[in-house]
Design a protein around this ligand. Structure first.
Ligand code: TYC
Length: 107
């Protein structure tokens, strides 16, 4: 008879449903750090090349890093942030500049 069995999936087995929490994948800030040696034009070029910024935007962010010590240059998924950091670090290393780029989980 329907409704009298304890069989899982039977209509008598589960009467409450918990609403699943919608999980958003965490986002990561990519940060550029100041140093005393990397040329300003190189940093502007990096921001244009790897972060798709126009020249004016790139120049502004470079100046913010230069004055404040660091700035967020973009917010991405973990995979994309990791790729951007690797691209910047590799490009800087190949040009023998000490430019540092890191990522941090956005809370
Ligand atoms: N401080 C550097 C200079 O005076 C310029 C610079 C800006 C370096 C931003 C790194 O992330 C940086 N040449």
């Amino acid at each position: 008879m329907s409704g009298t069995s304890d069989t899982p999936g039977d209509d008598a087995s589960i009467l409450t449903k918990t609403k699943p929490k919608t999980q958003r994948p965490p986002l990561y800030k990519v940060l550029l750090l100041n140093d005393d040696y990397t040329p300003m034009e190189f940093v502007v070029h990096v921001l244009e090349r790897f972060f798709g910024l126009n020249h004016a935007q790139a120049f502004q962010i470079m100046l913010t890093v230069h004055k404040k010590g660091l700035a967020v240059v973009g917010v991405f998924s973990h995979e994309v942030a990791e790729t951007k950091v690797a691209q910047v670090m590799d490009f800087a290393r190949r040009h023998q500049h000490p430019l540092q780029c890191t990522m941090e989980k956005e809370e």
